[in-house]
Unconditional design. Structure first.
Length: 68
């Protein structure tokens, strides 16, 4: 809920300064997740993987813009 509150404040600034609508969706699911580095020594990023992450992503895509 705090993420959404912060995003609303940021969205007001983005709309005022750039005239662009900005909304985020949040999906929350709990469970075991693997956190690992993906890539090589030149370009790598930390990523979360697993069923928990996949379910959260599906819930996120089902949420309304600006919703959880």
């Amino acid at each position: 809920m705090e993420i959404q509150a912060e995003a609303r404040g940021y969205a007001e600034r983005v709309e005022r300064e750039y005239g662009v609508a900005f909304r985020i969706r949040v999906g929350i699911h709990t469970g075991l997740t693997l956190l690992s580095t993906v890539g090589d020594r030149h370009r790598a990023e930390l990523t979360a993987m697993g069923d928990t992450t996949n379910v959260a992503a599906r819930l996120q895509s089902s949420a309304p813009a600006g919703g959880v």
